[in-house]
Each structure stands twice: as structure tokens, then as C-alpha cells.
Design a protein around this ligand. Structure first.
Ligand code: SF4
Length: 556
């Protein structure tokens, strides 16, 4: 596409948005808030929306959004005033998924900005990175980044800005400024750390130079009641354009052993109904429907009150996924009243043995009971999430996924006198071991084996007309796995991939064996690239849980 046509398209998009912030630049700190994915994905991210709102509330900051779709084939521009990346003083990337890591060097490269953070001096922008991936494992993109904000924006952003202003007033050099900023708890400046490797390629040491702290503590907002993240800007063609998303809580008490969100967002915090009332009122002025967002919507102690509040103001509710052992009739009724036709549940594994190994904590009778309730409430379409390649998984476990789906179909027919469930959509995704979970030591399954397990499910369910099986290609999961547990040497691969090289050739060129990152067994003593983060819980605890999970898997 011709960039001029694209810019015109951006202007039209902006004109259709509700509540964008377009500020004059004069005398302000221009910050480009970058979501390295498409507009539709970025606008559905409440962390991104929150940071946009927080930054633009600052008198001396002008913050513009930058999205990017690589298929467009040219450098990205900001949405608000169509500025290229190089015109900003700070580029703040918000990265929720590791799969978007390759886009950091791609975007910088296309904008003519040096990739190496140490060679990038003013007037080139500083590059900051926040979001979930920064708190999990920032190392694969460490050489491109000046600083990572580890933790929650509410806690970190005001301090970061304050320190940055101070450095500007003092006319500090970039190096001095980064040293200053590294004193803020939660700020990780990768150039202030040296990593050495042993002969086997394992990390031998990971040490700060100068005054940078040895461990970087993940920051947690002390009071979530003060600010309620929601879709501040609403736009056409965003993933949830028909509703306003509102975060009602953060964290999940279950801590399933595979789940990064369950481990990362702690402590579990639920926003009180009192603090949500005003947001609900404001949101309903914009849209009729409110999307309730939390890792554990069903665990919210005031969920019933929240639903009632929305209904009393003439609104409707929506939720993305529900915990199937906490399906209250009241919630189902509210969802039906709101026009929900499909519900999403996540059994994750078909066999009880495997659900126990991964710490899912739900029994088959609870799954059947949940579907019973859903059908009785009048919802006849289900979306079910499963994984393949889980620790200790066998072909029999995969077969049992098929059996479980068949049981649900049978139950549907029984409960509806032969009419049955209208549709079951199975989302079957390869398991990717994530840092900061008990499975961070576990090897990623071979892609051909993953493929054959997915094919087994597809083949066995093909005769069922009402079942659709969707899946993420194992080769993408393989890249995600490489990035999830990669170290800073992976950045060399990312630079080559950004220049158009294939992954395999890039890995070969820099002499890195992908099996080292993907399939190698790891021991308890291994120093991980993300061990410098202080998450508030110990590696020993995770190792203990992992060992118990494996032992449970071999008992049954
Ligand atoms: S219940 Fe869901 S969000 Fe909570 S830890 Fe388990 S998988 Fe994660």
C-alpha cells in the first residue's frame, strides 16, 4: 500500500474513534505508545488503554498510539498525527505476547532507528518496554531496549516520568539518565548488566555493573480502587467494538501450573462494587454492553452485585471465559439476558490424570455439570480450550479429550431431547512452558508429535458435524517457546529475522541450536535469564510443585 493512502486511512479511522486524545506537541515530551500488532488487537488490550490514558493526563506529555501490521510493508506512523517513530522522544512499547518480540527490531529498523540501545543516542528516541512479557522474560529483546518497566503501570509510570523529567532538567546524558532510572524499583536497564556463559552455553553469571540492583522487584499497584482500567478510546474494527471493557479484578487464586497469568498477577485483587459504580455509569454512556475483564471473573466476591448494577442502569454484560466450577445460576441468567449465545470454558486436558498433573483442579463431573447448567440456561454453543504437549501427556490423554467432547455432545442431546448442542468449537493449542510457572523447567514437545496429536483430535471428531476444531500451528508455538525462555543471544536472531532471514537460517548464522532452548531438560540449579526478577515467590517453591506434578503423573 502507498504510505499516503495508509495515512489517509489512519485519518479516517481517527475521525471514527470516540475519545482519542490529540494534543499539540509544543514544549511537551512526545511519547509514542507502541503496540507491535494490529489496531484491532491493541485496542482490546486494557493495559495499553490504561497507559495511553495515564500518559495523556500529564500536562507535559503528548502520547500518540502506534500500531503495526507488517503486511503493509512500510514503516509505522502514529495514529493521532501520523508521525514516524523517529520523531518521538520516547517509544514506549506495550508487549503482551512473546510472539510480538520480532516486531520490535522490525519496527525500529524500518524507521531507521539503530537497534543496538547503546549505539542509539539522541535525537533517536529512548525505547521503553512494559507489558506482561517484560515481567516474564525481557531478555530476548534486551539489546534493543533502554529500559523495561517490570510490574504494573499504576505503580511504576508516575515515578518513571518524574525521574525522566528530573534527568531532562539536569541535562543528563542518556547513560546518566538510565543509571538514575535504574534506581527506581521495578526498572530494569539491560545495558547495566553483564551476562557470561559457560562452555555448554548455560548462563554462568548475570551481574549488574555499577549501582544497578542485583534483583529487580516487580512492582504491584498498592490500591487498584484509585483507577479502573477500561476502554477509554473506542474505535471501529477493534476486537470488542460493541462493548466497553472494564477490569473488575486482577490475578487468579488458582495458579494452575502452566498458567503465567495465574502466577504473575499476584496478589489477587478484586475491585469493589463501590469503586466500579462510576466506571459502569460512564461506560454505559458509550455502549450498551460491558465486557467484564479479570483472570478470574467468577471468583469476584461481588459479581452478582456488579451484574445487578449494570442491569439496573439498563446495560448488558459479557465475559470472555468462565471458570466452570464456579458457574452460578445468577451469572448464567445475566449472560442469557445480555444475549450471550456462546460460552467459553477451559478444561485444558481431556483426562482427569492430566488435569491433576497440571493443577487445573476440576473434575469431569464438574465439567458435565457446568455444561448441564449452561444448556439449561438456554446457551447452546460452547467454545472449549484444550492443550496438547502437556507434561506427562500420552496418546491416551489425547484420546480422552475426544471422549470428553463426545460425552458433552451426548449430554447435550439428552438434555434437549435430541436437539443437542448447536456447536462446540474446540481451540486446541500446543503447550508452551512459561517462565515463573512450575513448568518453566519442562521441555517443549516436538512439533511433529504436536501435529500428530492435533490431527488425532481432528480425525476422531470429523464425523461430528457440530464440532469444529481450531488450532494454533505447532511451528508458531515453537517460535513462541523459543522466545518465552530465550536469553539475550536470541536478539541476534531477531535482528536477522527483522532483516528478512528465515528463523532456521538466522539461528544457524549466529550458531544457536534451537533444541538448546526448546527440548533440553533443565535442572533445578540452572540459572535462567529471568532469574534477576524478584516476583515475590521463590524458584524452590516452583521446583517443588513441578516435581510433585511429575510424580503425580507417573503414579496414575
Ligand atoms: S484458572 Fe485460568 S487464569 Fe486462573 S490460573 Fe488457571 S488457567 Fe490461569
Amino acid at each position: 500500500m502507498d504510505p499516503r493512502v495508509w495515512i489517509e486511512k489512519q485519518r479516517r479511522l481517527l475521525a471514527c474513534e470516540e475519545n482519542p486524545v490529540v494534543k499539540p506537541w509544543g514544549g511537551k515530551i512526545p511519547m509514542g505508545l507502541v503496540f507491535p500488532n494490529t489496531y484491532s488487537v491493541g485496542m482490546a488490550n486494557l493495559g495499553f488503554q490504561l497507559v495511553y490514558s495515564m500518559l495523556n493526563r500529564e500536562q507535559d506529555v503528548v502520547c500518540e498510539r502506534i500500531f503495526w501490521d507488517p503486511s503493509e510493508g512500510f514503516q509505522p506512523f502514529s495514529l493521532e498525527t501520523q508521525q514516524p517513530l523517529g520523531h518521538f522522544e520516547i517509544l514506549a512499547f506495550s508487549i503482551p505476547f512473546e510472539n510480538d518480540y520480532p516486531r520490535v527490531p522490525q519496527m525500529l529498523g524500518m524507521a531507521g532507528i539503530p537497534l543496538d540501545s547503546q549505539k542509539r543516542l539522541p535525537p533517536h528516541p529512548m525505547v521503553w518496554v512494559g507489558g506482561v512479557t517484560a515481567s516474564l522474560n525481557p531478555e530476548p529483546i534486551a539489546p534493543f531496549v533502554d529500559l523495561f518497566a517490570i510490574g504494573e503501570a499504576e505503580a511504576l509510570l508516575p515515578e518513571l516520568l518524574q525521574k525522566y523529567r528530573f534527568c531532562k532538567q539536569q541535562r543528563a546524558s542518556k547513560k546518566q539518565c538510565l543509571e538514575e532510572m535504574s534506581s527506581i524499583p521495578g526498572v530494569y536497564v539491560p545495558s547495566l548488566y553483564r551476562v557470561t556463559y559457560d562452555k555448554r552455553g548455560l548462563i554462568k553469571s548475570f551481574r549488574p555493573v555499577g549501582a544497578a540492583p542485583e534483583k529487580v522487584k516487580r512492582r504491584v499497584a498498592s490500591n487498584l480502587e484509585l483507577e479502573v482500567p477500561r476502554s477509554f478510546v473506542l474505535g471501529p474494527s477493534s476486537e470488542f467494538e460493541s462493548m466497553v471493557l472494564v477490569e473488575i479484578g486482577r490475578g487468579c487464586p488458582r495458579r494452575c501450573f502452566f498458567c503465567a497469568a495465574g502466577h504473575l498477577f499476584h496478589p489477587v485483587r478484586h475491585r469493589s462494587l463501590d469503586s466500579l459504580r462510576r466506571t459502569i455509569k460512564e461506560a454505559l454512556k458509550l455502549r450498551e454492553k460491558i465486557g467484564l475483564v479479570s483472570s478470574s471473573v467468577c471468583d469476584h466476591p461481588e459479581l452478582e452485585g456488579i451484574c445487578k448494577e449494570v442491569f439496573s442502569q439498563g446495560g448488558k454484560i459479557s465475559v470472555s471465559s468462565l471458570r466452570l466450577d464456579r458457574l452460578e445460576d445468577q451469572l448464567l441468567e445475566s449472560l442469557v439476558q445480555s444475549g450471550h449465545k456462546t460460552l467459553s470454558l477451559a478444561p485444558e486436558a481431556g483426562s482427569q490424570r492430566l488435569r491433576d498433573v497440571i493443577g487445573k483442579g476440576i473434575r469431569e463431573d464438574q465439567i458435565l455439570e457446568a455444561v448441564n447448567k449452561i444448556l439449561s440456561a438456554g446457551i447452546a454453543r460452547l467454545r472449549l480450550y484444550f492443550m496438547v504437549g502437556l507434561p506427562t501427556e500420552t496418546r491416551q490423554d489425547v484420546e480422552q479429550t475426544v471422549e470428553l467432547v463426545k460425552k458433552l455432545l451426548h449430554l447435550g442431546r439428552k438434555l434437549t431431547r435430541g436437539k443437542g448442542l448447536e456447536r462446540i468449537t474446540l481451540s486446541v493449542n500446543p503447550f508452551v512452558p512459561k517462565p515463573w510457572t512450575p513448568f518453566q523447567w519442562h521441555a517443549f514437545e516436538d512439533t511433529s508429535e504436536l501435529k500428530s496429536r492435533i490431527q488425532l483430535i481432528q480425525r476422531r471428531l470429523r464425523p461430528e458435524r457440530r464440532v469444529q476444531v481450531l488450532h494454533e500451528p505447532p511451528k508458531w508455538a515453537r517460535i513462541q517457546s523459543l522466545l518465552a525462555r530465550g536469553d539475550r543471544r536470541i536478539a541476534m536472531v531477531l535482528s536477522l529475522v527483522a532483516g528478512g532471514e528465515t528463523w532456521e537460517k538466522a539461528l544457524k548464522e549466529v550458531n544457536l541450536n534451537p533444541d538448546f532452548y526448546l527440548h533440553r531438560p533443565r535442572g533445578p540449579e540452572e540459572l535462567f535469564p529471568w532469574d534477576f526478577i524478584d516476583q515475590g515467590y521463590s524458584k524452590e517453591l516452583l521446583w517443588g510443585i513441578y516435581q510433585k506434578a511429575l510424580a503425580r503423573g507417573s503414579q496414575n
